[in-house]
Design a protein around this ligand. Structure first.
Ligand SMILES: N[C@@H](CCC[C@H](N)C(=O)O)C(=O)O
Length: 281
C-alpha cells in the first residue's frame, strides 16, 4: 500500500491516495497505520478519494473533484480537520491531481476552498458557531469553557490568571459533560498573549483531540479558539495569531467568513505492508 506522510504545524497524517475508493480501510487498519511504534505513526489518516466514488460525497460530485475522508488515530471518523485539509490540498497540488493554486475540497463539514501561496495554504473554513457554556476537568481542577461547532465539536477554555498552560497534564483526556458533547469533543486550553504586530489578537493554546490525544496543533481548534477570543474582545472581525506547540496558525474573520492559514508539508512517500502491521486493540 503506497502512502505519503505529511504535517501541518506538527499535526501529522498518513495520506492514502485511493481515487476510486477501493482501499479496504477499517478503523483497525487506520489505528495500526497511526501507531507510532508499530506503524507509520500519525494523528490521523487522510484518504484522497474522488467525490464521485465515495458514498458520503457522491451527491456533491459537481462541487469538488476530491473528498477528504478523514480518520482519527484511533480509527474514528471526524467531520473536519483544519490542518488535515491544508495537507490534503498540498498533496493534491504536488501530485498534480488539481490544476492551479485555488481549488475546492469536499469535507464531511461541507465544501471549502484552498488557496496556495508559497509555503502557506489558506482555507475558507466553516463558520465557528458558539454554543452553550461547558466545563473541562483536569482533576482536581475544573475550567469553565464554551462549546464551539466548527463542523466538528470543540470546548474552548480560557485559563484563569495563575494557571500555567504548560503545567496542564494532557496525557489523559480532560473530563467534559457527555450530555453537551454526546459524540465526544476536542478540548482547547487558551491563554491570551501580548499584542503582536499585524494581528488584532494573539493567544497560545494546547489541545486534547478527540480520537488522537494531545497533538502539536489542531486547525479547527485554532478557529474555535479565535472565535472565542474575538467574542471576548468584543470584535466582530479580526485576525488572530494562534500559537500552538507545533507553530503558528492564523485565523481571520472578515464580513465574508473565516479563513485559516498555516503551513502544510509533505515529508516522505513509501510503501507499507498492511499484513505486517499489528492489529490495534
Ligand atoms: N487535527 C484536526 C482535527 C481532527 C479531528 C478531531 N480530532 C475530531 O475528532 O473532531 C484539525 O486540525 O482540525
Amino acid at each position: 500500500m503506497q502512502f505519503t506522510k505529511g504535517h501541518g504545524a506538527g499535526n501529522d497524517f498518513v495520506i492514502l491516495e485511493d481515487p476510486d475508493g477501493q482501499l479496504p480501510l477499517t478503523p483497525s487498519l487506520v489505528a495500526a497505520l497511526c501507531d507510532r511504534h508499530r506503524g507509520i505513526g500519525g494523528d490521523g489518516v487522510l484518504r484522497v478519494v474522488r467525490t464521485a466514488k465515495h458514498p458520503e460525497a457522491v451527491d456533491h460530485a459537481a462541487d469538488a473533484e476530491w473528498f477528504m475522508d478523514y480518520w482519527n488515530a484511533d480509527g474514528s471518523i471526524a467531520e473536519m480537520c483544519g490542518n488535515g485539509v491544508r495537507v490534503f490540498a498540498r498533496y493534491l497540488a504536488a501530485s498534480r491531481l488539481v490544476e492551479g493554486a485555488s481549488f475546492p475540497i469536499l469535507t464531511r463539514a461541507g465544501l471549502v476552498r484552498a488557496v496556495l501561496v508559497g509555503d502557506t495554504i489558506a482555507v475558507d473554513m466553516p463558520t465557528p458557531r458558539l454554543g452553550a457554556a461547558g466545563a473541562a476537568t483536569i482533576v482536581p481542577l475544573t475550567f469553565p469553557g464554551t462549546a464551539v461547532d466548527v463542523g466538528n465539536p470543540h470546548l474552548v477554555s480560557v485559563l484563569p490568571d495563575g494557571v500555567d498552560l504548560d503545567s496542564l497534564d494532557l496525557t489523559r483526556p480532560p473530563g467534559f459533560d457527555p450530555a453537551l458533547f454526546p459524540a465526544g469533543v476536542n478540548v482547547e486550553f487558551v491563554t491570551p498573549q501580548p499584542p503582536l504586530d499585524g494581528f488584532d489578537l494573539h493567544v497560545r493554546m494546547r489541545v486534547y483531540e478527540r480520537g488522537s490525544g494531545e497533538t502539536l496543533a489542531c486547525g479547527s481548534g485554532a478557529l474555535a479558539v479565535a472565535a472565542v477570543a474575538l467574542r471576548d474582545a468584543g470584535h466582530e472581525t479580526g485576525t488572530v495569531a494562534v500559537d500552538l506547540l507545533g507553530g503558528r496558525l492564523t485565523a481571520t474573520r472578515t464580513g465574508a467568513g473565516w479563513t485559516l492559514a498555516g503551513p502544510a508539508v509533505l515529508i516522505a512517500t513509501g510503501e507499507v505492508d498492511p499484513s505486517a502491521l499489528t492489529p490495534a486493540g
